[in-house]
Design a protein around this ligand. Structure first.
Ligand code: ZN
Ligand code: ZN
Length: 564
């Protein structure tokens, strides 16, 4: 037994290097992605703040699961730690963390691309969470959506990937690494969690995006202070759990070091503004304090156009000098990357300068630990974008050449309403005069009342039956408004299946176009793309995905028109 214990000690992850800050880098340490008792975490926000203070952190971003309709708590200082309230939203394309957002006017959910759009409209900053989660439905999959940041490492995912399966599957013979880490966790918790971080391809996927647009790189703790024995990253109560890793050990494992524009003052509201602005700007790096700490780090890029720091942009202007300063232990290895390509690696000095050729580049730095296998990324910087021409992927669409109205005199279409057994729907077809220009337009008005209770498929819909499918058109265009901001789902229905695309509806008239090659199958639909000739009706649906049960109101659809 003593021999076995002695052997286990030899296989422990190395104790963390204790470093002295060699220069002030102007950053403050904090942690993002923390769950409290408000969702599936073990502790209150006070417990979390206390653990953060103990770990030397200055701010915490609490991200309980939700749909954005709970008004966020105002920023506060607890135990000297700035506590920010944010939300982790479940979408059909994975989890999305939204910071700096007011209470949403309707439940955020449904397709990931729509939640990204809603968070942006509400002024929030969104982080695509744990793209490497072993649970497919939790991992971020909507890579073409214009999200603001990507969680390149998630401690909870690392932990679950390697430790939790043994508990969940009642494995009787744990793997060697599991045995080692469970033995070492009580003695070196932060080192043990840090050592579980595995290489992923997330930063390669990030590099592909970053060649076209800014995407902030950020580490998430995803701290719950417990693991449910039936794995579920959603609000569930009453299931058995084990209370590790603790908040304290998670917070000592990894920190996000943000560089505010000026020193914090102790006023929670103005300090929150500074911290959020720094996160939005990518003025931050992520450090594994469980490997070495406290870190200091600085990356700058200089060319004839000037000097830029992490997260910022620089116009092209001849060769670029990249300078990295840190207090890395000599054995650690500093590498400078241009996107997914290594520009220069294996540096062991604390002050490294490398020249990159002129032209565009996206430069970031990774300092890896050595002396343990696999090595782990001790410091991961944000990039400096040199000569970037930002291009959001906007599909070029040609203007329509043919139009077929679905409402009004020339239209020979049949309109009606549909609803579930408990909700109400009524329709008025009206000719609306526009006094501004003397025109009259055809309008369909939906009056709806979704029944109260839990979301159980409540819906109310305006439906137009088609005479001859959609083979002769490629889109539907309409003008829409509602009494309150909402999201409605435009659906194409065949005899068997449905395809949908949701659109935001404001309180003032706005035009919307839904392209039929951009709709996605509803659950159970047989094919990815709708068989246009077989579409029998188009529905404008208010449903419990984005409307709270018990809500009633009116939606006006003006001049719905098929086009090609
Ligand atoms: Zn999650
Ligand atoms: Zn989470």
């Amino acid at each position: 037994m003593a021999i076995a214990a002695g052997f286990a000690w030899l296989t422990f992850p190395p104790p963390r290097f204790v470093l002295s800050p060699s220069f002030p880098d102007g950053t403050i340490p904090g942690v993002l992605h923390v769950h409290s008792t408000r969702s599936d975490g073990r502790g209150t926000v006070d417990d979390i703040a206390r653990a953060a203070a103990g770990a030397g952190l200055k701010f915490v971003v609490v991200t309980d699961h939700g749909d954005g309709t709970r008004a966020p708590d105002p920023p506060s200082y607890r135990d000297g730690v700035l506590c920010l309230d944010a939300v982790e939203i479940s979408t059909a394309g994975g989890h999305y963390i939204a910071l700096g957002m007011p209470k949403a006017p309707y439940p955020l959910g449904g397709e990931a691309r729509d939640v990204v759009e809603d968070v942006k409209r509400l002024g929030g900053f969104g982080i695509a969470a744990h793209p490497d989660s072993p649970k497919a439905e939790l991992s971020w999959r909507e890579w073409s959506a214009p999200f603001d940041a990507i969680e390149f490492v998630n401690l909870d995912t690392s932990w679950r990937q390697q430790i939790a399966p043994a508990f969940q599957n009642r494995v009787t013979l744990p793997t060697r690494i599991l045995a080692r880490r469970m033995l070492s966790y009580p003695f070196r918790p932060a080192e043990s969690i840090a050592s579980l971080i595995q290489p992923t391809r997330i930063l390669d996927q990030w590099a592909d995006l970053a060649s076209r647009r800014r995407v902030v790189i950020i580490g998430g703790a995803d701290a719950h202070a417990q693991i449910g024995l039936k794995l579920a990253d959603s609000a569930e109560t009453g299931r058995p759990s084990i209370p590790i890793p603790t908040y304290d050990s998670s917070f000592r494992t990894m920190s996000v070091r943000v560089q505010p524009e000026r020193a914090l003052t102790g006023d929670a509201v103005s300090d929150a503004t500074l911290v959020l602005a720094a996160i939005r700007a990518g003025h931050l790096y992520t450090a594994l304090d469980g490997v070495a700490g406290p870190p200091v780090f600085e990356l700058t890029a200089t060319n004839s156009a000037g000097t830029a720091r992490e997260g910022d942009q620089l116009p092209t202007g001849g060769p670029v000098t990249l300078r990295v300063r840190s207090n890395a232990p000599p054995a650690f290895s500093t590498a400078i990357w241009n996107g997914a390509a290594l520009l220069s690696g294996d540096h062991h000095e604390r002050d490294v300068s490398v020249t990159a050729p002129s032209g565009a580049g996206v430069y970031r730095v990774e300092i890896r630990s050595t002396g343990q296998t696999p090595s782990v990324p001790w410091v991961t910087s944000n990039p400096i974008y040199v000569g970037m021409r930002e291009s959001l992927p906007v599909a070029a669409r040609r203007p329509p050449s043919q139009r077929q109205p679905l409402l009004g005199a020339p239209a020979r279409t049949m309109w009606h309403v549909e609803q579930d057994a408990t909700s109400l729907a009524a329709m008025d077809l009206i000719a609306a005069a526009n006094p501004a220009n003397g025109t009259v337009s055809s309008q369909a008005r939906l009056r709806f009342g979704l029944s109260t209770g839990a979301p159980l498929g409540q819906y109310a819909a305006l439906v137009v039956n088609l005479m001859s499918g959609l083979a002769l058109s490629d889109r539907i265009t309409f003008t829409v408004r509602a009494e309150q901001p909402m999201r409605i789902s435009v659906q194409l229905r065949s005899d068997r299946d449905r395809w949908h695309r949701s659109v935001y509806v404001d309180t003032v008239d706005q035009e919307r176009t839904v392209y039929f090659d951009d709709v996605r199958p509803a659950a159970g639909a047989g094919s990815d793309k709708p068989p246009r000739a077989e579409i029998r009706s188009i529905l404008f649906v208010v449903d419990a995905v984005n409307t709270k049960p018990g809500t009633s109101g009116r939606v006006w659809i003006t001049e719905p028109t098929l086009e090609r």
